[in-house]
Design a protein around this ligand. Structure first.
Ligand SMILES: Nc1nc2c(ncn2[C@@H]2O[C@H](COP(=O)(O)OP(=O)(O)O)[C@@H](O)[C@H]2O)c(=O)[nH]1
Ligand SMILES: [Mg+2]
Length: 338
């Protein structure tokens, strides 16, 4: 049953865990009434958002993301921070296993009073999941969490999606056998604010340091996305809990650099505008394909184009002009994009 908005707003602002979780459930829900309520709540919470370190973490499965977040998050709570962890895992629907794995690897953080962990919404497109995560991040900020960590697996497009919603994007790596750069896309390195080589412990320390040099050389050849910040390559061990303080110091240095140049606000503003553009595109796309007119006409025109009777350009013009005749109202948009 839905309560009135005050219930959720007050609960979130008082950092009531149960109500925070319920609010995120509303954000994740596809029921129109829930989405409407979530929008009301978010609008009211907006003035209380923005006061956190927004951190994104990616890395291939097995790199140690969950273990890292467990150790790093615990360290931060010991220093007095309040840490929220959100996950984007586009593979979880298929594999079904990663959330369970994460729960067992974030055992301590999961019961930590100063931490809040929310696994990935298990259904939806990357765009849908990204919206939910972005809005959940805002709710966590309103609840007073001063560090929000968004975790994603290094597959598909999810890394760049996460990079576009955080202040600091960290790529967690492990020293590979031989080819250090294998399995990581160049686009990911381009958006990284730091690379951290994990599992620098035991007889792996030397290999981790070699990987560190390789990545330093690789990053050297890329144009930094911000001329005022050269992404460092660090090493750490999430199991032995070494090097984690250095990661936090780096995040602090990055923040100071952005702040001193007035770039943090600018970065977040640009991210909001990008997000708006994305939502518009996604909404238009869905609106197009769910229009009954289009659904009727598209197959016909597809056949004609395939048969060489109509050019693709003419067919596209015809389809788009069908839409132009319709009155565009927001409430005609499918609820999933709202
Ligand atoms: N030796 C060592 N093993 C680690 C470290 N961090 C994680 N692991 C191990 O690597 C495996 C994958 O870790 P996990 O956190 O689940 O990786 P994820 O898939 O990226 O979330 C587990 O067996 C961890 O115990 C580390 O710092 N050192
Ligand atoms: Mg994991």
């Amino acid at each position: 049953m839905l309560k009135d908005p005050e219930y959720y707003i007050d609960g979130v602002l008082k950092q009531n865990r149960l109500i925070l979780a319920r609010t995120i459930t509303l954000i994740e829900s596809s029921l129109p009434a829930h989405q409407e309520m979530a929008r009301t709540i978010l609008n009211r919470l907006l003035p209380y958002t923005g006061n956190s370190h927004r951190l994104g973490i990616t890395g291939v499965p097995g790199a140690g993301k969950s273990t890292f977040i467990e150790s790093f998050g615990t360290m931060l709570t010991e220093q007095g921070h309040q840490v929220a962890v959100l996950a984007i895992d586009p593979s979880s629907t298929r594999s079904g296993g990663s959330i369970l794995g994460d729960k067992t690897r974030m055992e301590k953080l999961a019961v930590n009073e100063r931490a809040f962990i929310r696994p990935s919404p298990s259904r939806g497109t990357l765009g849908g999941v990204a919206r939910k995560t972005r809005e959940s991040m805002l709710v966590c900020e309103a609840a007073g969490f001063d560090v929000v960590i968004i975790e994603t697996v290094g597959v598909g497009q999810s890394e760049t999606t996460v990079a576009s919603m955080v202040d600091f994007f960290l790529v967690l790596m492990i020293a590979g056998a031989g080819d250090e750069l294998q399995g990581i896309k160049k686009g990911v390195l381009e958006v990284a604010d730091a690379i951290v080589i994990n599992k620098a412990d035991g007889d792996n320390i030397l290999r981790a340091e070699m990987a560190q040099k390789d990545y330093q050389a690789a990053l050297h050849m890329l144009m930094p996305s911000n001329p005022n910040w050269s992404p460092p390559v660090l090493t750490c061990s999430s199991l032995a809990r070494t090097g984690l303080d250095n990661v936090w110091k780096t995040i602090g240095d990055h923040r100071k650099t952005l702040d001193s140049l007035g770039q943090l606000e600018a970065k977040r503003r640009a991210q909001s505008l990008d997000w708006l553009a994305f939502l518009i595109e996604e909404g238009l796309h869905r609106w197009f394909y769910t229009s009954s007119q289009i659904q009727k006409t598209l197959p016909v025109l597809q056949e004609e184009v395939a048969a060489g009777k109509v050019t693709p350009t003419a067919a596209a013009d015809t389809l788009l002009s069908l839409l132009k005749k319709q009155d565009i109202r927001v409430n005609q948009l499918p609820t999933s994009t709202r």
